[in-house]
Ligand binder design. Structure first.
Ligand code: DHA
Length: 127
């Protein structure tokens, strides 16, 4: 099955050799989003909540470009450089997603691109 790239100016351009998302049939694989502002390409300021909100907003823009929405997301992966900030990320995720929530894995990592504190990736199934 061919992989069809998804591209939008509503989310930051890829910072390496990957697509913002790829679609295979009705399944969309969304690349990791960090808190880069789509216009400036710079990491937003303001701490973990601001970073999480921007990263989820970027993800939402890619969902929309693929013809879906966050309601179509079936799984997310969260990556934090400090699991001490887990509660704050949970609070932002609860603002962004409605129940029933997607499946999720959360992983503490040593570092993320561009010095980000948070990254989210996702799988979406179009309905
Ligand atoms: C930000 C990314 N998704 C990357 O570098 O893979």
């Amino acid at each position: 099955m061919p992989r069809t790239p998804v591209s939008t100016a509503g989310a930051p351009a890829a910072i390496g050799p990957y697509s913002q998302a790829t679609r295979a049939g009705e399944t969309v694989f969304l690349s990791g989003q960090i808190a880069l502002h789509p216009d400036s390409g710079e990491l937003v300021e303001g701490g973990i909540r601001a970073q999480a909100r921007r990263a989820f907003a970027n993800l939402e823009a890619v969902c929309a470009a693929a013809g879906g929405s966050l309601d179509d997301v079936v799984r997310v992966g969260l990556y934090l450089t400090d699991l001490g900030e887990f509660a704050e990320v949970n609070a932002v995720m609860a603002e962004v997603f409605a129940e029933p929530y997607p499946a999720r894995s959360t992983i503490g990592v040593a570092a993320l691109p561009r010095g980000a504190a948070f990254e989210v990736d996702a799988v979406m199934v179009l309905s």
